[in-house]
Write a protein that binds this ligand. Structure first.
Ligand code: ATP
Ligand code: PRP
Ligand code: MG
Length: 299
């Protein structure tokens, strides 16, 4: 087998997406031998190797055929997709799957004292960002003519330095904005880590490997979101409690020896169970609630 018969996946070498990307691939059954320079990892279990790179380089490496797949934030992928379009080139990469980690949003932020109501207030102002193409598209859709100040980092400080009036940057908890006396005003893009691939998938063994990997990724994502919820409650409260759970699962109901009106219930939920869910269930009569992770699932 020549080296390029093997599938190559590019992931972020060191950053917010690195551990979760490696964890996802491990859950898909891939293990790697790390080379000494740690930029190339040879796949031991399957003919799938890893390249460890800066996240910004992932889309172009796919477009150039250096690798077949990549894990990168949608924010980076979409920005570079639009940039290629502006340069009159086909992008050569696309999103195959949303992966459910690295969630954040590209947001417009304004000084805390600014009363933001609508995009029209941005007209004629300067907005600093590292995502000029995504911002330009959003402004165009909103019909607003504003100046875009392209920076390569430390965007949050621009309003204080007077180089811009507002900013457009990634936000998760909002702590960075608050530390810079800014507040979120509008969401430009909801982002998370995505699996990216070339415009067309390889038709050889690599294509088969991609199909298999996609099936495993889909399974991992489904299981990750799934929880087994268990509780005790009066039989009469069962329907109301079940309705409180996301997606109204079909519960398995077991009677409890010696307690005629009580039941033990378990249900698989395919969405996150929050404390609020549990408190609502408790108010409706549920007790002894347990939420357990699902390890593997075969329908
Ligand atoms: N605060 C955040 N919370 C959650 N996800 C985030 C957050 N900030 C960024 N991300 C996501 O993680 C990706 C990688 O972020 P990171 O800060 O590690 O990138 P970077 O500094 O550009 O790294 P590199 O050195 O690889 O260029 C971002 O493109 C985004 O998709
Ligand atoms: O809303 P928050 O939870 O505060 O997160 C937002 C911050 O996180 C990211 O930066 P990161 O911490 O990755 O540092 P970087 O800008 O050096 O990459 C992003 O660029 C914001 O600055
Ligand atoms: Mg980067």
């Amino acid at each position: 087998m020549s080296a390029r018969d093997r599938l190559r996946i590019a992931i972020q070498k060191s950053g917010r997406l690195s551990d979760a990307s490696l964890d996802l691939l491990a859950r898909c059954g891939l293990t790697f031998r790390r080379s000494r320079d740690k930029l190339f990892c040879f796949g031991e279990t399957l003919a799938v190797d890893l390249l460890l790179v800066r996240d910004d380089d992932v889309p172009n490496m796919i477009a150039e055929g250096v690798c077949d797949l990549g894990i990168v934030g949608r924010n980076v992928l979409d920005e570079q997709f639009l940039a290629a379009g502006c340069a009159g080139q086909p992008a050569g990469f696309r999103e195959l799957r949303a992966l459910g980690f690295g969630r954040c949003r590209l947001a417009l932020a304004v000084p805390q004292e600014f009363q933001y109501v609508e995009p029209a207030q941005l007209g004629g102002k300067r907005i600093a960002t590292t995502y000029p193409n995504l911002l330009a598209k959003w402004l165009e859709r909103a019909g607003v003519d504003a100046g875009i100040v392209s920076l390569s980092g430390s965007v949050e400080i621009a309003p204080r330095l007077g180089t811009a009036d507002f900013i457009c940057d990634l936000v998760s908890s909002g702590a960075t904005l608050a530390a810079n006396q800014l507040k979120e005003a509008a969401v430009v893009l909801e982002s998370e880590a995505v699996l990216a691939a070339g415009a067309t998938l390889p038709g050889d063994e690599r294509g088969e490997l991609i199909d298999m990997l996609l099936r495993r990724i889909d399974g991992v994502i489904q299981v990750r979101a799934s929880k087994l919820v268990m509780w005790h409650s009066p039989r009469s409260a069962l329907e109301e409690i079940t309705r409180l759970l996301p997606n109204g699962p079909r519960p398995t109901v077991t009677s409890i020896e010696g307690l005629e009106n009580e039941v033990a219930v378990q249900a698989i939920c395919n969405e996150a169970i929050t404390w609020q869910h549990l408190e609502d269930m408790k108010r409706a009569g549920a007790r002894q609630m347990l939420v357990l992770p699902v390890e593997q699932m075969l329908a």
